[in-house]
Write a protein that binds this ligand. Sequence first.
Ligand code: ATP
Length: 243
Amino acid sequence: MQSFEAIWVTVTKYDLHVTCATMILHFLKQKPTLKLFKSAFSFISTMTDIEQITETIRPVVVSGPSGSGKSTLLKRLFQDYPDKFGFSVSHTTRSPRPGEENGVQYHFTSREEFVDLIKQDKFIEYAEFSGNLYGTSIDAVKSVLSQGKFCILDIELNGVKAVKKTDLNARFVFIKPPSLEALKERLIGRKTETEESIQARLNAAKEELAYADQEGSHDIIIVNDNLDTAYEKFKNFIVESKS
Ligand SMILES: Nc1ncnc2c1ncn2[C@@H]1O[C@H](COP(=O)(O)OP(=O)(O)OP(=O)(O)O)[C@@H](O)[C@H]1O
């Protein structure tokens, strides 16, 4: 069930959107047809949702080399706080791994569909990684907000850099493997990657680790050595930075 606060935000936002959409049509001296009103309403909704993210709900961006343990930590967090946080479901052109469901871990799309969405300006950020496109859509973030939840973004290095250039006012957490050797072991142990894909991920990891070494690149760097210790730090950071 939605909290009272979440329902109140939705209702207030709706009223505000109707008023602003009406004003736009008035200023443009347009006859308020249903079609024009819908366009103005949708424009206003997009603007105010982004504004709301930046002012009231600071999204948390979680990044780190592939295999560093982001999904493992996030899975625990969502189990512990099923109603508090929402995961922005990214789009990707990579194929689903066994057990992955469309719309749950990712929105799996073809490259053509993805490029179409880019042209329609549907992404906050997108990037190519290991031959596949990944992107965070405005709708994915909106969908989390509309449930009255705080939004968490799990994205890679280029995505992090792109979000930094936006006015999302996000906080950044980097999950660091204890070493490159440990990272390789984990990627092998996960049994989801080919040898070639492991190598590509390790190469990308070097660049990601070098970026994380730069002063001020992230708000917190958590070394995921002991999972329980790492989770405690992760949870504390995210829970404290939720607003
Ligand atoms: N602290 C840890 N100690 C040992 N193994 C771990 C630890 N954390 C995660 N793992 C294991 O390492 C593997 C990689 O973890 P995970 O899939 O969560 O990484 P990821 O950062 O989400 O990767 P990707 O970006 O590719 O989705 C998994 O098999 C996971 O069980």
